[in-house]
Write a protein that binds this ligand. Structure first.
Ligand SMILES: Nc1ncnc2c1ncn2[C@@H]1O[C@H](COP(=O)(O)OP(=O)(O)OP(=O)(O)O)[C@@H](O)[C@H]1O
Length: 333
């Protein structure tokens, strides 16, 4: 069964692995959108697909829920070949969130979120409890927002309703196509942060398509960089993609400022710090061990100090200079 017990969050978060085995898509006009792509996404992992416009990201995503039929290869969801499953049943196990959400304009927020539970024939009371729980989970007060219509919400709020709706029947997979790109940059960062908290709680397998490298680095457990024809250039952690681009294409794609971006995913460890100076550390800014090198650089630049003191349980264990931090950003691999 593909529903949760009695409207409560599942005790064991349910998620399925996704395996793409040499999938291909050739559109009827002859366009080879995806020539051959293989990718393994572990259950509970968030994989980001990124690449230039037209490289086939959306085509790949939509083949997973069979909005687009592959012309070759296999897609396994929790080990089951999706091409052998009834597409309608399949889509009830897969949440799908798109840019501008596609909420039903003449239905309230609650009714929108309850779409799939209704299709699954859940009793009203159970649906209602689930809807309230999900609205709370995405940070919208059910009493205030449940009765509103989509046009009475901000772009960011609509996007949250879209996420709640996608999670309603406890899908094993969530597919997200540019989910945050229609909202302004400040709202986007907040939505991304909230989304990370939500994912820590629900631990779904998520495939997210984006154009935005910062978003990919912030959200992805792993990033798949695609080039034209759905060719997989690299599939690795954000730190590896930024720090050790596998091909010239990836190197160019992640761009000249990747050193700075890389700092965001580089934690300050006992090995990266420099020894405490004999002159002492009085008056210098501090940061805890384990914080990001990016935050360290930000603090240094705003304090005009030459060094930042790294502490462990409040005790200074070393310092980092600007030069050292910039070296961390430049370092390969
Ligand atoms: N229905 C279709 N018929 C023919 N070609 C198509 C069709 N849909 C998409 N394409 C082509 O397939 C290729 C991949 O498109 P797709 O939308 O998957 O790329 P994308 O990487 O998601 O692009 P974007 O980032 O611009 O959204 C493009 O060249 C596109 O023009």
């Amino acid at each position: 069964m593909d529903v949760t017990p009695e409207g409560t969050a599942p005790a064991e978060p349910r998620a399925a692995s996704i395996v793409l085995e040499g999938i291909r898509k050739r559109y009827p006009d002859g366009t080879e959108a995806v020539r051959e792509l293989s990718l393994d996404i572990a259950a509970g992992e968030l994989a980001v697909l990124i690449g230039p416009s037209g490289c086939g990201k959306s085509t790949v995503l939509r083949m997973v829920n069979r909005l687009i039929e592959p012309t070759g290869g296999r897609i396994l969801l929790g080990g089951e070949d999706v091409t052998r499953v009834d597409p309608v049943r399949l889509r009830r196990r897969i949440g799908y969130v798109i840019q501008n959400v596609g909420l039903f304009p003449h239905q309230t927020v609650s009714a929108n979120v309850a779409t799939v539970p209704r299709l699954l024939g859940w009793p009203r009371e159970r649906s209602r409890r689930r809807v309230d729980e999900l609205l709370e989970l995405v940070g919208l007060d059910p009493a205030t927002f449940g009765r509103r219509y989509p046009h009475e919400l901000s772009g960011g709020q609509r996007q949250r309703v879209g996420v709640a709706r996608a999670l309603a029947a406890d899908p094993v997979v969530l597919l997200m196509d540019e989910p945050f790109s229609a909202v302004d940059p400040i709202a986007r960062t907040r939505l991304q942060e909230e989304f990370l908290r939500l994912q820590a709680e629900v631990r779904k397998t998520i495939v997210l398509v984006t154009h935005d490298l910062d978003e990919a680095v912030r959200l992805g457990d792993r990033i798949a960089v695609l080039s034209e024809g759905g060719r997989l250039e690299q599939y690795d952690t954000p730190a590896a993609v930024l720090g050790a681009p596998a091909t010239p294409f990836v190197r160019e794609f992640v761009g000249a400022d990747r050193g700075i971006r890389r700092l965001a995913v580089t934690p300050v460890t006992g090995e990266t710090v420099e020894p405490l100076p004999e002159t002492g550390v009085a008056g210098l800014p501090t940061m805890p061990l384990g914080g990001s090198a990016y935050d360290a650089l930000g603090t240094l630049l705003s304090s005009a100090a030459e060094r930042i003191v790294v502490t462990d349980g409040g005790r200074p264990v070393g310092v980092l200079s600007r030069t050292r931090l910039l070296e961390l950003g430049d370092r390969e691999g």
